[in-house]
Design a protein around this ligand. Structure first.
Ligand SMILES: C[S@@+](CC[C@H](N)C(=O)[O-])C[C@H]1O[C@@H](n2cnc3c(N)ncnc32)[C@H](O)[C@@H]1O
Length: 514
């Protein structure tokens, strides 16, 4: 398999998924269907409780969940982010498991899948606002003291740099009252609304200009809005959407864990829908999230340590690199010619994704699907070819690759990486930055991963989740021939729909990257 073989034209003709076909044909049909969803709103249920970079539209996981699982079955997102997949699983009556290492992601997710008594929550929110207003009016000195006691020296400097003194007092007044709320889930809901007024694309109530794209810049001439006013508005919005969450009937577990080592048993999951971080640390989650995490008691030092653990981070020492398959190795090598450090960063990313994909194939039930939504990024002006490389790595760890669909991103509606300075504005690469790939994998029916590399050497047996220790549903989707004449697992050529599947898996031998 060479890179040239993969350069097939992208076409945008879609077909409608058929209902009366077997499981793998249904996966193929879904990959061939329209996955753009540009005219669709994503502002329903809890999806907009809090901003989050690189969320995918809720219609995307919903389509695969509805098409490939039955109510009660288990859907996994091992890099759950703001929880789009698990919210959709919850709303459609599935069980769901989400993992992430980002403390903000975990907070966002948990609140988004926790239905609450509306009246009780609204009353608690009103009380927080009323009492915060009172303490600002009458108790300024006490608030100053609490502010001083709350932060270490480094965090204090950070807060002083990014928040006006008047905003700090307002936030302190809110936080103090939120912390007094006894019911844990209601408190978490109120905390999330607090965070949502800080982490916004425009920098919210902080002095940051932009928390979405660039390194945050402090702007002198920004007059941040009143934190109390913003909190009132955000609370109203989230309460309105909370009402619709009570319609969900699924069961959800959100856990802090590295996607490279999942605390799940083998052959236990019915469907995976996930989107990994971009290669090359193109979206730095912690850069924005620390703006509110410091208010929740995290030290900047601990957050900086954690940041190194994110998939795609650019630290290159102390990393367990794996040998990559041929085309992926070519991509990594092509960057080494220009910048050897960047090439190592990419090697790190694809090593981490190898471990993640190996975990995904391990935990999936035989014959079931993993849908990976990945964007491309550039390094030194060169495309990291996420579609090709993740497709190839998936095969390498034992998946059958059914297809890679291309979806166009709606740049206006999504927090995405900024254009890199080396990337020409009208180049093919720039064009590719506006698309993302939906990679459809199947775990072989036999469940055997012969020839696949085994990446996870950590024992899972003692850490299985009770949630998935339930009678295993039999696969009810018999094989049926493809009515469109596409032989399964073969190259489909330059026709419409997903743009590439391999003619045959790559050789088991691995190329050695420089
Ligand atoms: C593209 S985002 C997922 C967005 C999600 N699909 C949504 O709609 O909100 C990728 C997520 O991967 C998480 N992540 C990074 N490194 C991780 C790791 N080692 N284990 C688990 N999650 C990780 C990031 O914290 C981030 O939340």
């Amino acid at each position: 398999m060479s890179l040239r073989q993969l350069e097939l034209p992208i076409t945008q003709r879609f077909s409608t998924p058929r209902l009366d076909v077997g499981y793998r044909e249904r996966l193929d049909d879904l990959l061939w269907s329209d996955l753009n969803f540009h005219s669709k709103s994503s502002a329903y249920a809890s999806h907009n409780f809090h901003a989050f970079p690189a969320k995918f539209p809720p219609q995307l996981p919903r389509k695969f969940i509805n098409g490939l699982t039955e109510p009660g079955e288990i859907v996994l997102d091992p890099m759950v982010g703001s929880g789009t997949t698990v919210v959709e699983a919850f709303l459609t009556g599935r069980q769901a498991i989400g993992f992430d290492i980002d403390p903000m992601a975990l907070r966002v997710c948990k609140a988004k899948v926790t239905p609450l008594a509306l009246e009780e929550t609204a009353t608690a929110g009103s009380r927080v606002l009323r009492r915060a207003e009172e303490s600002l009016r009458h108790d300024g000195a006490k608030l100053h003291q609490e502010l001083d006691a709350r932060f270490g020296e480094t965090e204090r400097e950070f807060i002083d740099y990014w928040f006006l003194p008047s905003t700090q007092l307002e936030l302190m007044a809110l936080m103090r009252e939120i912390e007094h709320v006894q019911a844990p889930h209601i408190r978490e809901f109120l905390e999330l609304a607090f965070s949502a007024i800080i982490i916004t694309k425009s920098g919210g109530v902080s002095m940051a200009r932009d928390l979405a794209h660039t390194r945050p810049h402090r702007v002198q001439d920004k007059t941040p809005r009143s934190a109390l006013g913003e909190y009132r508005k955000r609370l109203r919005k989230n309460l309105n959407n909370l009402a619709t969450l009570t319609r969900g009937s699924g069961k959800v577990e959100i856990l802090s864990s590295d996607a490279q080592s999942l605390a799940l048993g083998d052959n236990t999951i019915d469907l995976i829908v996930t989107s990994p971080p971009y290669a090359s640390n193109a979206i730095d989650y912690m850069r924005a999230h620390k703006f509110s995490l410091v208010w929740f008691g995290h030290s900047l030092n601990s957050l900086a340590q954690l940041r190194r653990e994110y998939i795609g981070h650019d630290a290159v020492t102390g990393i367990e690199y794996v040998e990559l398959p041929e085309s992926t190795c070519q991509v990594v090598d092509s960057i080494a010619g220009i910048d050897s450090k960047k090439s190592k960063v990419l090697h790190r990313y694809y090593s981490e994704m190898t471990r993640c994909l190996a975990e995904m194939v391990r935990v999936l039930k035989p014959g079931k699907a993993a849908v990976i939504v990945a964007g491309s990024s550039t390094m030194r002006g060169m495309d990291t070819r996420t579609d090709v490389c993740l497709g190839e790595i998936g095969i390498h760890v034992g998946f059958e690759l059914r297809g890679i669909a291309v979806r166009k991103l709606d740049r206006d509606r999504r927090m995405m990486p900024a254009r890199r300075k080396h990337s020409p504005v009208h180049s093919q690469i720039e064009e590719r930055m506006h698309e993302e790939y939906v990679i459809g994998f199947l775990k072989p029916e036999s469940g055997k991963l012969d020839g696949a590399i085994q990446c996870s050497n950590r024992s899972m047996s003692d850490r299985k989740l009770a949630l998935i220790l339930r009678p295993q549903a039999a696969c009810t989707h018999p094989e049926t021939p493809d009515s469109q004449g596409r032989p399964a697992g073969r190259a489909w050529g330059a026709g419409p729909g997903p743009r590439w599947t391999p003619a045959s898996p790559p050789r088991p031998g691995r190329a050695v990257c420089r």
